[in-house]
Design a protein around this ligand. Structure first.
Ligand SMILES: Cc1ncc(COP(=O)(O)O)c(C=O)c1O
Length: 453
């Protein structure tokens, strides 16, 4: 059995139960993994549907050019379909989108124009405006306009919704979807509610977007709009594909929660999904108290993690935005970071001359002094020097005669902040007994190394 071209492989994506990240949710949670589409996103479905609809209506003619403003995934679907069907593509996108997404579109031979993010949609520089202008100027061109083209929702009404209904054997009680153009949630949600009007449809929105407030108040509040990091969901206008009557509620998720949850999905479920999957799961967890054990929730995972390698899956990117939960450094982690250095100690009956020789040979400035293996004090370069200057004959005396108070001991879980606060002019280091009972020393130098490493 084979397919006649790559477009025939779109759809019939797997539905997979989540077992770990959703453990605090009593209901069964299933993810619709749209990454297995050939363009690695759900958008393949609607891209082909919009093209076929335009062909039928005669607005897209043979050899024509497809012009669209797209964050990448729709572009990928369009570019793939354009190759099979013999069209050219010009895409406008924003400078917020992952470089990987732009490069992927170019890999399919599309021309990509990157426009500024932080301008109004009506601004002539916006990616919406640039694509509209190109449509007027480029002969034999067609702009799908995924936001207002209802073939977008129709694709999900015909495919995504029925697949979910069949795969859950009609048991679905909740559909949870990140909302961008609104095509996925409105199309799939409409189909599912036609099968069972009790199914709840929850939209996931982001801070900086207008959807939630509009749903709750009917007001398109410009004050809700500000730049955000989350990709693929939220808008600063109301696309016609968002059918607010189908959506029961919107939940907003922060950029940070979405980014960190995206990573958790990979780590805890082994599913490499994109940013909006993280938003959707984070949003679902925020709504968990609305669910009952017998509920069956389907969450859409729109696209693939590989498109976010420079972003959510890059620790430097996360750190720059303060998103990374760095583990607090402790005595244990400081010791783990440096090479093993067992502390040299000196028995209290040994002579001061022996202490001088050891410090000289090992280039160290202090020695813990022990009695029957227990640390009882310390000698330092400076207190040896002071004593000898005062009385040179002390050389052959035992170190116990000149030793000073021991360095303080800390346990392995003591935080780096606490250790730093203990180190001062008189206490130059702390001692730690490691898991094997060996005594180790942590100096100021070790702390600096641990922080900067
Ligand atoms: C990664 C990602 N997530 C979610 C969405 C939202 O899907 P829809 O446009 O169907 O609302 C999109 C598309 O805009 C997307 O690219």
């Amino acid at each position: 059995m084979w397919y006649n071209n790559i477009l025939e492989t779109i759809g019939n994506t797997p539905l997979v139960r989540l077992n770990n990240i959703t453990k605090d949710i009593s209901a069964t949670v299933l993810a619709k993994i749209e990454t297995t589409n050939p363009g690695n996103s759900i958008k393949d479905r609607m891209a082909v549907k919009m093209i076929e609809d335009a062909e039928k209506r005669g607005v897209l003619k043979p050899g024509g050019t497809i012009i669209e403003g797209t964050s990448g995934n729709t572009g990928m679907g369009l570019a793939m379909a354009a190759i099979i069907k013999g069209y050219k593509c010009i895409f406008t996108t924003t400078d917020k989108q992952s470089k990987e997404k732009v490069d992927a579109l170019r890999a399919f031979g599309a021309e990509v124009i990157v426009c500024p993010t932080n301008v109004d949609p009506e601004d002539p520089r916006s990616y919406y405006s640039v694509s509209s202008r190109l449509e007027r100027e480029v002969p034999n061109s067609w702009k799908p306009n995924q936001y207002d083209n209802l073939a977008n929702s129709q694709a999900h009404y015909e495919q995504t919704g029925p697949e979910i209904w069949k795969q859950t054997e009609g048991k679905i009680t909740h559909l949870v979807v990140g909302v961008g153009t609104g095509g996925t949630i409105s199309g799939a949600g409409k189909y599912l509610k036609e099968q069972n009007p009790n199914i709840k449809v929850w939209g996931i929105d982001t801070y900086g977007s207008v959807f939630k407030k509009y749903k709750e108040t009917g007001i398109l509040d410009k004050d809700e709009i500000y730049p955000y990091i989350t990709e693929g969901i939220g808008e600063d206008f109301l696309p016609q594909n968002v059918n607010f009557d189908i959506i029961d509620l919107f939940e907003k998720v922060t950029d940070k929660d979405a980014a960190l949850m995206t990573r958790e999905i990979a780590r805890k479920e082994g599913i490499f999904a994109g940013n909006s999957a993280g938003s959707a799961i984070a949003g679902l967890l925020q709504l968990k108290d609305k669910l009952k054990p017998e509920d069956v929730v389907v969450v859409i995972f729109h696209d693939h993690g590989s498109r976010y390698m420079g972003k959510m899956y890059n620790e430097d990117w996360l750190r720059e935005r303060g998103f990374l939960k760095d583990e607090k450094l402790t005595a244990r982690s400081i010791l783990a970071k440096r090479s093993n250095q067992e502390v040299v100690t000196l028995d209290c009956e040994k002579t001061i001359l022996e202490a001088i020789n050891i410090m000289k040979t090992l280039s160290i400035s202090q020695l813990p002094v022990t009695q029957q293996g227990m640390v009882i004090g310390k000698v330092t370069e400076s207190n040896v020097l002071d004593s000898l200057l005062e009385n040179p004959s002390l050389k052959s005396s035992p170190v116990k005669d000149i030793m000073t108070a021991s360095l303080p001991f800390v346990d392995l879980n003591t935080s780096i902040d606490k250790i730093s606060s203990m180190i001062n002019k008189d206490v130059s280091a702390v001692l730690v007994e490691d898991e094997q009972g060996k005594i180790e020393i942590i100096t100021q130098y070790d702390i600096i190394e641990a922080i900067s490493g």
